[in-house]
Design a protein around this ligand. Sequence first.
Ligand code: FES
Length: 314
Amino acid sequence: MSALFPVVVRDVMPEGVDCIRLRLAAAPGQGTLPRFAPGAHVDVLTPSGLVRQYSLCGDVDDPGVYELCIKREAASRGGSDSLCRMVDKGMELHISPPRNAFALPVAQHYVLIAGGIGITPLLSMMARLQRQGADWTLYYYTRTPDQAPFRGRLLVAPYVNRVHMARSLKQGYPAALAHPEADTAIMLCGPNGFMQAVSSHAIAAGWEPEQIHTEYFCPTEAAPDDEEQAFEVILARSGRSLTVPPGQSIADALMAAGIEVNLSCEQGMCGACVVPLLAGEGAHRDMVMTEEEQACSIALCCSRARTPSLTLDL
Ligand code: FES
């Protein structure tokens, strides 16, 4: 996990029917909060002791405050739920510096697509794109549009004419997906099934996979373990090599050899453990990188090898 630092909860507010919004400020004596770019997230050490990742949904140009939105998850292991139940104004929390595995690429047009709480990383993108005078559209799918998180903010925003809300994909896929366009980036975030449905629809309509940028909140199903083989990892900077046996991650093998690894979600979702891949072909199981990025990088917490060895820039 990245080093955590203290922040103070400045405000706790309800957001929609089942979310809370936190405003966090630097703790006394801690200086200013690190700057972040649209799409970034932070790790939060929740009162339950579990670390969870949350997108920064506030204004990237307001360095004084971080905003997070947390959904109550009755079926979760308790991290988000403990925040919703126990966090209070004035309380100290510990968070990581911002990390960005969902950065806005350079494009002529942007199609932003959110399912439910997947709206959070898109909020800072909208503000930035609007300020830049970019051409963008938001499609926001939520089961309860009248009580959806950030509905109030969206309805009074100067860009409300760019926002389309619907209850579900049964009402139709985003109209902008019907006609693939070069120089357009699709930014997609929401539940796994929603994202897979939208991605499949877009690719069937003729969009290139590299145009679809995603951020997942929970892991997709991993590849079956019974296909795992041992492989060698070579560390280019020291020349050391070690074996990664079946059932062990590259990260575990490195740490067992006394090598420090930056870990956070350990599920291929956050990008904390991604390192440059110099040689060999990865069997990628992360959900943060595009295919292009996976050709030259690998997530140590979850991915394995398609070749007998991998050479890492470590
Ligand atoms: S630790 Fe989050 S992707 Fe590996």
